[in-house]
Ligand binder design. Structure first.
Ligand code: B12
Length: 211
C-alpha cells in the first residue's frame, strides 16, 4: 500500500496517532506537501463524507475521522503556507443567533476543511452583523449559517437582508442548513444554497468558490 493510501486508510479508521506518524514520515521523505494533503488526508475524508451521505457511517465516526484529519493537517499547515499552496477558497460558518446546536455546524466545517477550504468558525449564537462583518473583513466567498431550531431559522432571512444592506450580496454566497431547513425555505428567503448533509455542503462550497 502506498504511503498516501495508508494515511487515507488510517484517517478513515480515526487513528489520529498513526495518521500523524505517517504524515511526518511523508514529510521526512520529501513528499510534496500538496500531494500529502490531497492524496492522503483529503482523499480519506472524501471517502468518509460519501459514506456519511449514504448512511454507511454516522456522526461519531465522522468526528473521530475529522480529529485524525486535524492531527495530520496540523503538521502540514506551516509547510503549506511556506509552499504557497492556496486554499480553494475562504468561507465563514456559524450557528445563528439564539441557537447553541453546533454538532452539525462542526461537521460541515470539518468536511469543508477536508476539501481544502479555509473555514473561519464563528461558533454559535452568531448575529447577522457578525457574519457580515467577518465576510467583509476576511474577504469570505461564502457565509454558512446553521440552525437547528424552528424558532431561529428566521435569523437566516436577517443574514440575507444584512448582506443586502451592507452592499455585499452580489459578492458573497449564502449557504444554509440544519435539520429544520429545506430547499424551499432557502428559496423563500433568497439564500443561495441548501444541502441536507455536510459532505454535499462541502462539495457545493468548492463549486461556488471555483466559479
Ligand atoms: C444534541 C441536541 C441538543 C444539544 C446540543 C449540543 C450541541 N453542542 O450541539 C443540547 C442538549 C445543548 C440541546 C439544547 C436544546 N435543544 Co436540542 N437537540 C439536539 C438533538 C438531539 C441532536 C441535534 C444534532 O446535533 N443532530 C446531529 C447533526 C449532525 O445534525 P444537523 O445539525 O442537522 O446537521 C447536519 C445537516 O443538517 C447539515 N447541516 C448542519 N448545519 C449546516 C449548515 C449549512 C450551511 C449546511 C449547508 C448544512 C448544514 O449537515 C449536518 C451533517 O450532515 C436534536 C434532536 C435530533 N434528533 O435532531 C435536538 C433538537 C434540535 N433540540 C431541540 C430543542 C427544543 C432544544 C432546546 C430548546 C431544549 C430546551 N428546552 O432547552 C435547547 C436549545 C438551546 C439553544 N438555545 O440552542 C428540538 C428542536 C425543536 C424545534 N422544532 O425547534 C430538537 C429537534 C429535539 C426535539 N425533538 O424536540 N439540544
Amino acid at each position: 500500500m502506498s504511503l498516501y493510501a495508508e494515511i487515507s486508510e488510517n484517517l478513515q479508521r480515526g487513528k489520529a496517532k498513526a495518521v500523524q506518524q505517517l504524515v511526518q514520515q511523508a514529510i521526512d521523505e520529501n513528499c510534496p506537501v500538496k500531494e500529502i494533503l490531497e492524496e492522503g488526508l483529503i482523499a480519506g475524508m472524501n471517502i468518509i463524507g460519501e459514506k456519511f451521505k449514504n448512511n454507511q457511517v454516522f456522526v461519531p465516526e465522522v468526528l473521530i475521522a475529522a480529529r485524525a484529519m486535524n492531527a495530520g493537517a496540523t503538521l502540514l499547515k506551516p509547510l503549506l503556507q511556506d509552499a504557497g499552496v492556496k486554499a480553494t477558497g475562504r468561507v465563514c460558518i456559524g450557528t445563528v443567533k439564539g441557537d447553541m446546536h453546533d454538532i452539525g455546524k462542526n461537521l460541515v466545517k470539518m468536511m469543508m476543511e477536508g476539501k481544502g477550504l479555509e473555514v473561519i468558525d464563528l461558533g454559535t449564537d452568531v448575529s447577522p452583523a457578525k457574519y457580515v462583518q467577518t465576510a467583509m473583513e476576511q474577504n469570505c466567498r461564502i457565509i454558512c449559517c446553521s440552525a437547528l431550531l424552528t424558532t431561529t431559522m428566521g435569523v437566516m432571512q436577517e443574514v440575507v437582508n444584512a448582506c443586502k444592506e451592507a452592499g455585499i450580496r452580489d459578492k458573497v454566497a449564502i449557504m444554509i442548513g440544519g435539520a429544520p431547513v429545506t430547499d424551499q425555505f432557502c428559496q423563500q428567503i433568497g439564500a443561495d444554497k441548501y444541502t441536507a448533509d455536510a459532505a454535499s455542503a462541502a462539495d457545493a462550497a468548492v463549486q461556488i468558490c471555483s466559479q
